[in-house]
Each structure stands twice: as structure tokens, then as C-alpha cells.
Write a protein that binds this ligand. Sequence first.
Ligand SMILES: [Fe+2]
Ligand SMILES: [Fe+2]
Ligand SMILES: [Fe+2]
Ligand SMILES: [Fe+2]
Length: 326
Amino acid sequence: MAVQPTSEYFDLLNQAVSREIQVSIQYILQHAKMEKLMRKVIPENILLDKTTYEAVGKFLKEIAIQEMKHAADIMERIYYLGGSATTKSNKPVIGNSLSEFAKLGAKAEEEALVLYRKIIEAARAIGDVETREMFEKIYSQEEQHLFKFQEYVNMKDEPEGAETQPLSEWRKIFTDDYFVLLNRAVAAEISAIIQYTNQHEKASLLALREKISPLEVVTESNKAKVISDLLKKTFMVEMEHLEKISERIYLLEGECTVTPDPLPQVGETADDFVKLDHEAENIAIVLYRQIIAEALKRGDTTTRRMFEDIVLQEEEHYWSFDDFLR
Ligand SMILES: [Fe+2]
Ligand SMILES: [Fe+2]
Ligand SMILES: [Fe+2]
Ligand SMILES: [Fe+2]
């Protein structure tokens, strides 16, 4: 008997997607903030703490990637069952210290475990074996994440009576409006990550269903498959961009936005995907050129050079999507 998912069932699965996107962004931004926290470590504990910070920083990046993989797998399953995977994220919460990261992480993982128990039960009830097995695997991984975070929950790392340092001369170029501008890049990268991940999963399903010409059947490839692969590659690059840009903002004592802008858009066909992605890259390129000009004006060489590298990659993305538009 074929599985008959209800809309409530798809709602549950999409709640899981929103949660996975949330924690993925949350952990990657916390990972990016680590470098800055490490510099605030009490001098006498520097050796001990540095090791801890490096270990947690590494762990955060690893699970951020694992969570996005969870999001992708769940999206894939939703499309496969005939539903529509969401691009909505629950709101990531970042925090200001390692112990706070751990508390927020432990809370998020506990919530996941509760939700996934419900999903495993629901999948069992309608005989959806694949989904049940997938969530059982994910469940065990979330449990490991929870235990890992719990190790750090009681760490004493809250800065005592945090001394606010006067704004030194070299920092005066980093004004609030500058952070607003840089954060538009963070928002654009988050948007691209969600959009491309979702489309990648949708495209891989379209690829299975849309083998039309004999050549496509023989080569087991078609446009949707090529686009799906391209999206996966591109998505990983955007993840690196997000990491770099947010790390820079945190090091300069700024805060990062956690919400995508523009809102991710998926589309229905492979042609829709490339059109939307082409436009997304275009928006990023225009914005990053503006950031480069602003950084140049302010004398912020490091940021300028970073965006010069990034914009080259966005141009590559732009042209790779452009190839499909003709
Ligand atoms: Fe997860
Ligand atoms: Fe997790
Ligand atoms: Fe990017
Ligand atoms: Fe890009």
C-alpha cells in the first residue's frame, strides 16, 4: 500500500525542516563568532581555554553542516512524497559566550528530539517506513549533539563586569551603518543557502521523473540533474561565504543578522530555478560591488579584499546559471 501523507503530516515534516535550517545557521554563525570570543579569554587561562574554544569551534562547524544535510534530506523526502518543502526557518539565536552557545544548542537539540519522536510515531502510524528510518537516524545524531552541548553548559566563561573599551582610533571606520550594509551580505548568503538547498532536492526529484529524450535515458542525465548537481556545489560555496563574512563582522565587534533577505524562492521547474538563481546572484554581485566601494572609501582593506574574492565567485555562479538560460 502506498503511503498517503496528510497535510498535517507534511506540516510536521516542514516543522523539522524549519528547525534544521535554524540550527544550521545558528551553529555556523556561532562558529564564526568563536574567534572573537577567544580574544576575550582571561589571560591566565589562555592555554586551557584556547584549546576548548578551538574544539568547540570545530564541532560547531561540523554540526552546522550536518544539520543542513538533515534539512536537505527531509526536504527531499517531502518532495518525494508529493509535498512542498518549506524555505522558512525558525529564528536562530546566537548568544555571547561559549556557555551560552551550549545552553542554546542544548535547548534546540532537546526540542528536536521531542519533535522527532512525534514524527517517528506519525510515520509509523501511516506506514511510511523510509521517513521513519530516516528520522531514527537523525534522532540519534541529535542526541549526540545534545550530549556534546551539555558538556559545556556549566563552563564558567561569562566575562566578569565586562569592561567596555573606548573606541580606539583604528576602529572608528566601523560605524553602525557600515554593519547594516555588511549584514545585507549575510542576509543574502543565508537566502542563497536555503534557496539552493531546497531547489537542489526538488531538482533531483525532477531529474528522476523527467527523462525525455533517448539520450537522456541512455546517459542517465538531463537538465534537472545537471542543475541539481550545480546547486549543490554552489550551495557549499555560499556556506563558506556566510562563514567568512560573519566572522569578519564579529571580529569587528558587530552583530550578525540571522534572517534571509530577499526571501528564498524555489519555483516549480528547473527553468524556474536557474532564472531565480541567476537573479539572486545578480543581486549579490550588485550589493557586493557596493560593499567593495564603501570599504575602499573607509579604508577597510581586509573587508574589501575579502569581498573582491567573494564577488569573483558570485560572478562564476552567475555565468553558470546564465548558461542554462539560452
Ligand atoms: Fe539536525
Ligand atoms: Fe542537531
Ligand atoms: Fe555567496
Ligand atoms: Fe553565489
